[in-house]
Design a protein around this ligand. Structure first.
Ligand SMILES: [Fe+2]
Length: 234
């Protein structure tokens, strides 16, 4: 994240946020139409209902403080550069919003990191979410969405949470585990659905993983590592 990139003005932020919501809405609608699982399709449509009804003034919120950076942010630029097969408007909007992001980490992982290098290779930034959550560019009490960044080969081990979750991958090459597995590699532009409390894990490949996440339901309860489960893929 180059410090020379200008911090966007409110109008530019509003436009970029609208682009993010519109692109995600379109991608999730497409995924719902193609899904062969009725409950997943219904869940995806519920996310699109929320996305398409986000208030137009949400982006007018001024940042509450200076943007926070984490060690993993060294991979932000390469993550964006290797994003492929997804709408150009979404990549451009994220590039615009990047300087505004406040990067955070799950306090459960900060207290007890799953491995010694994890906290240097993991972080997320909230684009929209509830007012009492981590710093967000916009406030919406009904859903949380943002970006997840993992460094190369970072292993985000099995964890679970009560929120319904979607990941929308911006980069290719990461491996994903859900429920009973097995590990599977997903391309850029994949929509990955996690029902409440289902155990899931992710491991980045040789390049950083950049993905968007969306949560609805219980937005307060942080994910917890569940232990056990699959070994990291070779
Ligand atoms: Fe999750």
């Amino acid at each position: 994240m180059d410090a020379s990139i200008p911090y966007p003005d409110p109008a530019t932020r509003r436009t970029a946020l609208a682009s993010v919501f519109a692109a995600l809405d379109a991608e999730l609608r497409g995924a719902a139409a193609k899904s062969t699982d009725a409950s997943t399709a219904k869940s995806l449509r519920e996310f699109t209902r929320l996305l398409s009804s986000i208030g137009p003034n949400l982006a007018a919120r001024e940042p509450v403080g200076p943007s926070e950076r984490l060690t993993v942010c060294r991979f932000w630029d390469v993550g964006l550069r290797t994003a492929s097969g997804i709408p150009n408007a979404l990549v451009a909007a994220l590039e615009t919003l990047g300087p505004c992001f406040s990067w955070v980490q799950n306090p459960n992982y900060r207290r007890q990191p799953p491995d010694p290098s994890f906290l240097d290779n993991y972080g997320y930034a909230v684009i929209a979410g509830p007012a009492d959550g981590p710093p967000a560019l916009g406030i919406d009490p009904r859903l949380a969405l943002g970006v997840l960044l993992l460094g190369p080969h970072a292993h985000y081990p099995l964890h679970a949470h009560p929120a319904v979750e979607i990941y929308y991958t911006l980069t290719a090459g990461a491996e994903w585990w859900r429920g009973g597995g097995p590990w599977r590699q997903e391309p850029a532009g994949a929509v990955i659905h996690h029902a409440p409390r289902v155990r899931h894990a992710t491991r980045a490949g040789v390049t950083p993983l950049l993905a968007m996440y969306l949560w609805r339901g219980d937005l307060v309860t942080h994910a917890r590592l569940t232990g056990g489960g699959p070994a990291a893929p070779a």
